[in-house]
Structure formats: C-alpha cells, structure tokens
Design a protein around this ligand. Sequence first.
Ligand SMILES: [Fe+2]
Length: 301
Amino acid sequence: MPDAIIIILTVMAGLIVVGGAAVLIRSLIEPYLLDIDREILDVSRNQWSREACPKGGNLDSGDRESEGRAILRVSLFSDIHGKGLRVPITKLLNGLFSGSPDAVLFAGDIADSGKKPEAGLRILRLVAERAKAEGIPCYAARGNHDLLLTRDRIESTGFRLLENEFEIIRGASGAVFLLIGPGDSGKKSRIWPQLPGNLPADIPPERRIVLVHNPDYVRSQPDPAPYRVQLSGHIHGGQILLPFNLQFTVLRGDLLPREGIVSGFFSRKGVIGYITRGVGCGVLPLRFMAKPQITHLEIRV
Ligand SMILES: [Fe+2]
C-alpha cells in the first residue's frame, strides 16, 4: 500500500478516535450541568419568547407587556430517574427557587424503570421542604417510570399528585388558573386518560394548564382541545442526540419527536405545549447536546 494512503488512513483513524473520545467526555460531563431558562408564554397572543425575558430581568418593573394581565409563574422540572440525577442537589434547589415561582411543577419520572425510587423521592422531598418554607405549593404528574409508586408514597414527599384531577392555583397577579393532571398509564397497553369531566366552566381554556408527562398526550385531544397550555417532560431532549434523529426514528416510539418536536415550545390542536429536557438520565448516565434543564415559565393571559 502506498505510503500516502497509509498516512491518510492513519490520520482518519486518529480523528475518529479523538472525536469519539471528545463526545464520550462531553456525554459524561453534561449530566452534571444545568440550564436555567426563563420563558414567557403569552397565551392570548399565541406567542412565546425567551428573548423578551432577559436573564436576571425583573418582570414586575418596567415590563408593560405584563401590566393588567393574568400571570402565573411556575418552576418546571421533570425526569429525575432515581439515581440517574447527576445535577448537584444544591444547584437544583437554587435553580428551582431562583425565579420566585407561584408553584413548582414536576412533570414525572421520579423512578427509573420503577426500581429503587428512594433516590428520586428524596429529591422531591428536599424540593417540597424548601417550597414549604417559602410558602410555594408543589404539584407532580406521574411518569411512565412511576407506575409502581403509590399515591401515598409520592405525596409523602410533600408534592401533590395530580392524577385524573385538577387543582385551582393562584398566580402572584391574583388571577386563578386551573392545573389539570390526566395521569399516565405507562407505555404497555397505553390508554390516554380523559380530562376530568367536572372542570370548572368559569375558568376558560386560556387559563387551563395540563401537566402531563408525555407530550404526545395532546394528540389524543379533540381539535381544538379544551385547554390552551400543556407542560410535559419525558423526551429528555433526546438525552443523547444521534445523527439523523435515529434515537426517535429507530429507538423510541414517541410521535411528536419524530416530527422534530423534542424540547421547548410547540403548537398543536390550539394548545401551546412546552417540553422540558428534564434533569436526570434514563438507562445510561449520559447526556449529549441535551443538558439538564429547569424552566422558569411565566404564563400570561
Ligand atoms: Fe423520563
């Protein structure tokens, strides 16, 4: 074989090894990182924006867009996955409460494959203790990994589990919102639960928020759906992003991600949905191009 070809092959092999090592190192580090994103969802105008809310900015002062509006601020996180959480707990707690939320919302997957959920329950307990000290209510949705957890066990943490039920919550503006939790039946023989039939008619769809683990839930709804906001987790931002969307087209059966809807805002059936990337890792303690995330979300109506 000519020397030139040997040199080219050697260089290419070296690049592949170095590139692979870099991806692996990044994947090992990323689960310990945390993005704290501030987002605004303007339901009445069907708009959402991150730029409108600069990090560290005070929405109460000098923000004419929020004047006279019904406002709810929530801290949203999801997908602890038991021991799959690598984000330091102090960083997680400070991130959740740095936005002065009206409520803390957890969008499911306390455990990992239902096994040894103690680590995830402990995290929820620490969050709820801090929330209680600050007078902030905490609500949780069940994830597909949480099917073996009883309601009592989840609510022993201090989080209120919303499963086929709703709760009226009040924003700092004084406005009333309806938080609805349909629940999750798990992947096997999945049934999308209906919304509770006794939703208060005096709270319009604009102020109805569905907290549901799997964002595909919106696909089960009529068009238009009887609510305008849906908050979910489950997708992990892909957790390990593969070329050509392979993790969704080959490895997972979730439908919205196959359309490219993986994290952040999306619109479907009159609903504005938001998917958080979650904070932990499922199966493998690795993340790549999908950093753990907490979202401070301001909902304006
Ligand atoms: Fe998950």
